[in-house]
Design a protein around this ligand. Structure first.
Ligand code: NAD
Length: 352
């Protein structure tokens, strides 16, 4: 089963190597039949090929069973006509990866507040305020005069409905609660449409409790009482912001796994960015990408009819937990002394 590996920018190559070390151990233990196809994207490919996403990479993603995508220094990319394509956005739209699934779970027993967290955010991934993916041609942001900029936001019934459905399905296997985030008091039309679709789906899941919370209150309630939330469903930007908050609450940005999934494709991607301040120093915490890769295995298990993939995913998560539990085997961002490579070695060893 071929997995496309795209190390990306900044700390990407380091955390990708760490993730592969863990996956290779899992592959050997549970005979998963994984193989890797590595391709360069981001700033290295911009230098060599004039684009941050060579077209063949998108085709390789379509042909692979799954993709492991390192973080991207998108802020440093040139404009699209100068080769600066955001691979993350391109995959999300071209492969229709409409669900960005981001669990936040306290892994060290301590987070920002010391309160336990165990929730998952279902973030709509293909429209909303994201100007690079919400129009058919061009971008959804324009500057009619040097003193004025405008952004358009797209909310459709189709995209709202399908992300809502995935979030309710997830709640059935969890604590049975969905919190729909919105700002319908201001965006009466667009967030009104969003809520209409969420409520429609909710009627099909009578055992799941639906709560609707305005996004600004949500930011506060997450801090006050994180365990009140089980599955959170949100449009693209609200979900992006809240998932960083939830991740930080659970112990840190470097801890949360994340997949971008559609009906046919899945891309495992860390929640954090390319961390240029610590790139190349063996200081990055690879947990987020390792857990994302485990989520990819979990996603693949029913599709490939291979239970071993689900077993491996659970065992990787348990191994990460066990290594993080001991302060002596944490990375620098968590007050520990292990480098990226040593941390990966410890997780791989814990697998057995
Ligand atoms: P960032 O997430 O890269 O870093 C924020 C802070 O967290 C930094 O201090 C960094 O050192 C730290 N950090 C992040 N990941 C870490 C890890 N695994 N281990 C230890 N510490 C970690 O966010 P930023 O600095 O705002 O953005 C840097 C670049 O990343 C920008 O070009 C931005 O556009 C891009 N970005 C990409 C993605 C993505 O690829 N999905 C997401 C967010 C930001």
């Amino acid at each position: 089963m071929k997995i496309l590996v795209l190390p990306g920018d900044g700390i990407g190559p380091e955390i990708t190597a760490a993730t592969l070390q863990v996956l290779e151990r899992a592959d050997a233990l549970w005979k998963l039949g994984l193989s890797w196809q590595r391709e360069e994207i981001g700033l290295p490919s911009l230098k060599k090929e004039g684009t941050t996403l060579p077209p063949r990479v998108l085709e390789a993603a379509r042909a692979a069973a799954g993709v492991i995508l390192g973080p991207l220094a998108t802020f440093d990319y040139p404009a699209r006509d100068k080769g600066g394509v955001n691979p993350s956005a391109e995959f999300r739209t071209k492969l229709d990866l409409y669900a960005n699934i981001r669990p936040a779970k306290s892994r060290l027993g301590v987070g920002l507040t010391g309160k336990p967290v165990d929730l998952v955010i279902y973030r709509e991934n293909t429209e909303g305020f994201y100007a690079d993916r919400n129009v058919h041609e061009g971008v959804g942001e324009v500057m009619p005069t040097p003193e004025m900029a405008r952004s358009v936001r797209r909310v459709t019934a189709k995209c709202s409905e399908r992300i809502a459905r995935r979030s309710f399905e997830a709640a059935v296997g969890r604590r049975g609660m969905v919190t729909a985030v919105h700002k319908a008091n201001v965006f009466r039309v667009s967030d009104g449409l969003w809520l209409r679709e969420v409520r429609k789906v909710a009627r099909e899941f009578p055992k799941v409790q639906l709560e609707e919370v305005i996004v600004d209150a949500m930011a506060a309630l997450l801090l006050r009482d994180p365990m009140r939330f089980d599955v959170i469903v949100a449009e693209n930007m609200y979900g992006d912001i809240l998932s960083d908050e939830a991740s930080e609450l659970s112990g840190g940005l470097g801890l949360g796994g994340s997949i971008n999934a559609g009906d046919s494709y899945c891309v495992a991607q860390a929640q954090h960015g390319s961390a240029p301040d610590i790139a190349g120093k063996d200081r990055a915490n690879p947990t987020s990408l390792i857990l994302s890769a485990a989520m990819l295995l979990q996603w693949l298990a029913p599709r490939k009819g291979n239970e071993a993939l689900a077993v491996a995913a659970k065992r990787i998560e348990a191994a990460v937990d066990a290594v993080l539990k001991d302060p002596a085997t944490r990375t620098a961002d968590l007050g520990g002394t292990l480098g990226t490579r040593e941390f990966a070695k410890a997780v791989a060893a814990k697998l057995g």
